[in-house]
Design a binder for this molecule. Structure first.
Ligand SMILES: O=C(O)c1cc(=O)[nH]c(=O)n1[C@@H]1O[C@H](COP(=O)(O)O)[C@@H](O)[C@H]1O
Length: 273
């Protein structure tokens, strides 16, 4: 997908919501376990319930590959089921020496046909370039993560006072422009989102951490906004497990609609729509 299509979808749907498809068989409604492929059945219902409110879906690969070949099949069916005009993100957090990254890229961009994949920056430019070589595909590089362990390395400061996450963003933004590179920036790090935005004024941010992890949509919009909106805000558990029982998708739909309404109000207040 091209950047202009993503921006157009945000305007049209008045939403910058990414729904995280982190399917946990212990959490999905029990009746779905009777289907041959419960993961796909669950995802189908989630996608049908949320597709009017979401501009992106992000299956986290961990929840699929733990089931072996059945999980990969469910993942493939899920990506194929997502409407063509909705941005798809493989949350795989990959990255390795160049020739290995090349095959990771082939898996997610060719075999599974995702629009984007999350990549860890630790191994540097040659581990990221093979993903960037694909036309109209995206790398979403981990910059500032939402978890507690982010404090272990990401905030360390060099002799000039630059923090590691700032360095990652400053340096990597030379590898790919805003038409093919985004950054993961956790919603729980409101005091630092502004710094990432200063280091990369044009790139989109994928922002996990609202809902179940306690981050606030308002803070994200205040500190991470750019002229193109520049934000895809992910919610996984907060949406997909909003309902239980046979009609679980009614509450799922409502949860997605509620976040979309908040997002529409933000987009209007910024005069973006
Ligand atoms: O790359 C990610 O998406 C990610 C980065 C990060 O810093 N924090 C984070 O929570 N995530 C992912 O975003 C999703 C968050 O899920 P919920 O907390 O259930 O909304 C999970 O799939 C996480 O793996």
């Amino acid at each position: 997908m091209k950047l202009e299509n993503l921006i157009q979808n945000i305007k049209q749907k008045q939403s910058f919501l990414c729904v995280g498809l982190d399917v946990d068989l212990e959490k999905i409604p029990a009746h779905l376990l009777e289907f041959e492929d419960p993961i796909f059945e669950f995802n189908k219902r989630i996608i049908d319930a949320t597709k009017d409110y979401a501009v992106a879906y992000k299956p986290n690969i961990a929840f699929y590959e733990c089931h072996g070949s059945k999980g990969w099949d469910a993942l493939k069916k899920t990506v194929d089921y997502i409407p063509e005009d909705i941005f798809t993100i493989a949350d795989a957090k990959r990255g390795d020496i160049g020739n290995t990254s090349h095959y990771y890229a082939k898996t997610f961009f060719e075999y599974l046909n995702f629009d984007a994949v999350t990549v860890a920056p630790y191994m540097g430019v040659d581990s990221v370039t093979p993903f960037l070589e694909y036309k109209d595909k995206w790398v979403i590089l981990l910059a500032l993560t939402s978890n507690k362990g982010a404090l272990d390395f990401q905030f360390t400061t060099d002799i000039k006072g630059e923090q590691l996450f700032e360095k990652v963003v400053r340096k990597s933004s030379e590898w790919g422009d805003a038409s093919k590179l985004m950054y993961v920036v956790g919603a729980t790090r409101k005091e630092s989102i502004e710094k990432v935005r200063a280091a990369s004024p044009n790139h989109f941010f994928l922002v996990p951490g609202v809902g179940a992890q306690g981050g606030s949509l308002e803070d994200v919009a205040n500190y991470g906004w750019n002229d193109n909106c520049g934000l895809l805000v992910n919610s996984s558990r907060g949406i997909i497990y909003a309902g239980q029982g046979v009609n679980f998708d009614k509450e799922v739909k409502l949860a997605a609609k509620n976040i979309q309404s908040e997002m529409a109000a933000i987009l209007k207040s910024k005069h973006f729509i």
